[in-house]
Design a protein around this ligand. Structure first.
Ligand code: MG
Ligand code: FE
Length: 173
Protein backbone atom coordinates (compact mmCIF):
# COMPACT_ATOMS: atom_id res chain seq x y z
CA UNK A 1 0.00 0.00 0.00
CA UNK A 2 1.28 3.45 -0.91
CA UNK A 3 1.42 6.00 1.86
CA UNK A 4 0.49 9.61 1.29
CA UNK A 5 4.19 10.42 1.39
CA UNK A 6 4.89 7.87 -1.37
CA UNK A 7 2.20 9.39 -3.58
CA UNK A 8 3.51 12.90 -2.98
CA UNK A 9 7.10 11.90 -3.71
CA UNK A 10 6.06 10.07 -6.90
CA UNK A 11 4.17 13.15 -8.08
CA UNK A 12 7.15 15.38 -7.35
CA UNK A 13 9.51 13.05 -9.20
CA UNK A 14 7.21 12.89 -12.22
CA UNK A 15 6.99 16.67 -12.44
CA UNK A 16 10.76 17.05 -12.03
CA UNK A 17 11.22 14.67 -14.96
CA UNK A 18 8.68 16.64 -17.03
CA UNK A 19 10.50 19.85 -16.15
CA UNK A 20 13.80 18.29 -17.20
CA UNK A 21 12.35 17.42 -20.62
CA UNK A 22 10.91 20.94 -20.85
CA UNK A 23 14.34 22.46 -20.20
CA UNK A 24 15.88 20.33 -22.94
CA UNK A 25 13.18 21.61 -25.26
CA UNK A 26 13.92 25.17 -24.12
CA UNK A 27 17.65 24.81 -24.78
CA UNK A 28 17.12 23.42 -28.29
CA UNK A 29 14.60 26.11 -29.17
CA UNK A 30 16.64 29.03 -27.86
CA UNK A 31 19.90 27.84 -29.40
CA UNK A 32 18.19 27.55 -32.78
CA UNK A 33 16.71 31.00 -32.35
CA UNK A 34 19.83 32.78 -31.11
CA UNK A 35 22.03 31.35 -33.84
CA UNK A 36 19.79 32.84 -36.54
CA UNK A 37 19.43 36.38 -35.16
CA UNK A 38 21.55 38.93 -37.07
CA UNK A 39 20.12 42.39 -36.53
CA UNK A 40 18.75 42.27 -32.99
CA UNK A 41 21.87 41.87 -30.82
CA UNK A 42 20.19 42.68 -27.50
CA UNK A 43 17.72 39.84 -28.02
CA UNK A 44 20.45 37.45 -29.13
CA UNK A 45 22.52 38.29 -26.04
CA UNK A 46 19.62 37.84 -23.60
CA UNK A 47 18.71 34.50 -25.19
CA UNK A 48 22.34 33.37 -25.00
CA UNK A 49 22.38 34.24 -21.29
CA UNK A 50 19.21 32.27 -20.74
CA UNK A 51 20.57 29.26 -22.66
CA UNK A 52 23.34 29.13 -20.05
CA UNK A 53 20.82 29.48 -17.22
CA UNK A 54 18.71 26.75 -18.82
CA UNK A 55 21.67 24.35 -18.94
CA UNK A 56 22.27 24.95 -15.26
CA UNK A 57 18.58 24.43 -14.52
CA UNK A 58 18.66 21.06 -16.30
CA UNK A 59 21.72 20.05 -14.28
CA UNK A 60 20.00 21.08 -11.04
CA UNK A 61 16.86 19.13 -11.98
CA UNK A 62 18.96 16.07 -12.78
CA UNK A 63 20.43 16.22 -9.28
CA UNK A 64 16.95 16.53 -7.71
CA UNK A 65 15.70 13.56 -9.76
CA UNK A 66 18.66 11.44 -8.68
CA UNK A 67 18.22 12.52 -5.05
CA UNK A 68 14.70 11.03 -5.19
CA UNK A 69 16.06 7.82 -6.69
CA UNK A 70 14.67 8.51 -10.16
CA UNK A 71 16.28 8.51 -13.55
CA UNK A 72 16.48 11.23 -16.16
CA UNK A 73 13.96 10.74 -18.98
CA UNK A 74 16.05 10.57 -22.14
CA UNK A 75 13.34 9.58 -24.64
CA UNK A 76 10.93 12.26 -23.50
CA UNK A 77 13.67 14.88 -23.67
CA UNK A 78 14.59 13.75 -27.15
CA UNK A 79 10.99 14.00 -28.38
CA UNK A 80 10.71 17.43 -26.79
CA UNK A 81 13.92 18.55 -28.48
CA UNK A 82 12.80 17.34 -31.89
CA UNK A 83 9.52 19.19 -31.41
CA UNK A 84 11.36 22.34 -30.43
CA UNK A 85 13.71 22.11 -33.40
CA UNK A 86 10.75 21.72 -35.73
CA UNK A 87 9.01 24.68 -34.16
CA UNK A 88 12.11 26.83 -34.53
CA UNK A 89 12.51 25.68 -38.15
CA UNK A 90 8.87 26.58 -38.82
CA UNK A 91 9.47 30.02 -37.38
CA UNK A 92 12.51 30.50 -39.58
CA UNK A 93 10.24 30.37 -42.62
CA UNK A 94 8.25 33.38 -41.40
CA UNK A 95 9.19 36.70 -42.93
CA UNK A 96 8.84 38.23 -39.45
CA UNK A 97 10.79 35.45 -37.75
CA UNK A 98 12.16 37.64 -34.94
CA UNK A 99 8.70 38.84 -33.93
CA UNK A 100 7.29 35.31 -33.98
CA UNK A 101 10.27 34.18 -31.91
CA UNK A 102 9.61 36.80 -29.24
CA UNK A 103 6.00 35.62 -28.95
CA UNK A 104 7.00 31.96 -28.84
CA UNK A 105 9.62 32.66 -26.18
CA UNK A 106 7.23 34.70 -24.05
CA UNK A 107 4.70 31.86 -24.16
CA UNK A 108 7.37 29.31 -23.32
CA UNK A 109 8.74 31.26 -20.35
CA UNK A 110 5.24 31.62 -18.95
CA UNK A 111 4.69 27.87 -19.29
CA UNK A 112 7.92 27.39 -17.36
CA UNK A 113 6.71 29.81 -14.67
CA UNK A 114 3.49 27.80 -14.23
CA UNK A 115 5.51 24.56 -14.16
CA UNK A 116 7.84 25.72 -11.36
CA UNK A 117 5.02 27.16 -9.31
CA UNK A 118 3.32 23.76 -9.39
CA UNK A 119 6.63 22.05 -8.60
CA UNK A 120 7.22 24.25 -5.54
CA UNK A 121 3.81 23.28 -4.18
CA UNK A 122 4.39 19.58 -4.84
CA UNK A 123 7.86 19.73 -3.25
CA UNK A 124 6.53 21.45 -0.14
CA UNK A 125 3.79 18.83 0.23
CA UNK A 126 6.35 16.05 -0.12
CA UNK A 127 8.45 17.67 2.59
CA UNK A 128 11.29 18.23 0.13
CA UNK A 129 12.15 21.74 1.25
CA UNK A 130 15.53 21.73 -0.49
CA UNK A 131 13.90 20.89 -3.83
CA UNK A 132 11.24 23.56 -3.23
CA UNK A 133 14.03 26.10 -2.67
CA UNK A 134 15.86 25.06 -5.84
CA UNK A 135 12.64 25.36 -7.85
CA UNK A 136 11.98 28.80 -6.38
CA UNK A 137 15.44 29.87 -7.55
CA UNK A 138 14.74 28.57 -11.07
CA UNK A 139 11.33 30.26 -11.02
CA UNK A 140 13.06 33.60 -10.49
CA UNK A 141 15.18 33.08 -13.61
CA UNK A 142 12.09 32.25 -15.67
CA UNK A 143 10.28 35.31 -14.34
CA UNK A 144 13.30 37.47 -15.15
CA UNK A 145 13.38 36.15 -18.72
CA UNK A 146 9.63 36.59 -19.21
CA UNK A 147 9.92 40.09 -17.72
CA UNK A 148 12.78 40.99 -20.05
CA UNK A 149 10.81 39.87 -23.09
CA UNK A 150 7.79 41.85 -21.95
CA UNK A 151 9.89 44.96 -21.31
CA UNK A 152 11.75 44.80 -24.61
CA UNK A 153 8.95 43.63 -26.88
CA UNK A 154 7.96 47.17 -27.96
CA UNK A 155 11.50 48.28 -28.81
CA UNK A 156 12.26 45.02 -30.64
CA UNK A 157 9.03 45.09 -32.66
CA UNK A 158 9.64 48.79 -33.30
CA UNK A 159 13.12 47.98 -34.62
CA UNK A 160 11.64 45.30 -36.84
CA UNK A 161 9.05 47.72 -38.25
CA UNK A 162 11.75 50.39 -38.79
CA UNK A 163 13.95 47.97 -40.69
CA UNK A 164 11.03 46.72 -42.75
CA UNK A 165 10.41 50.20 -44.13
CA UNK A 166 14.10 50.96 -44.68
CA UNK A 167 15.26 50.20 -48.23
CA UNK A 168 18.07 47.67 -48.26
CA UNK A 169 17.70 46.71 -44.58
CA UNK A 170 16.92 43.11 -43.71
CA UNK A 171 14.28 42.88 -40.98
CA UNK A 172 13.45 39.17 -40.77
CA UNK A 173 16.08 38.10 -38.24
MG1 MG B 1 13.93 27.06 -17.82
FE1 FE C 1 13.27 29.68 -19.26
Amino acid sequence: MSTKHDIRTARLLKWLQDAYAMEQEAETMMKAMASRIEHYPALAARIAQHVQETRNQAQTLRECIHALGGSVPTAKGLVASVGAALHAAGNSMMEDEVVKGIGLSFGFENTEIATYRALILAAERAGATDIAAVCAQILQEEQAMAGWLEQHQDSLVGAFLDREETPGAESKR
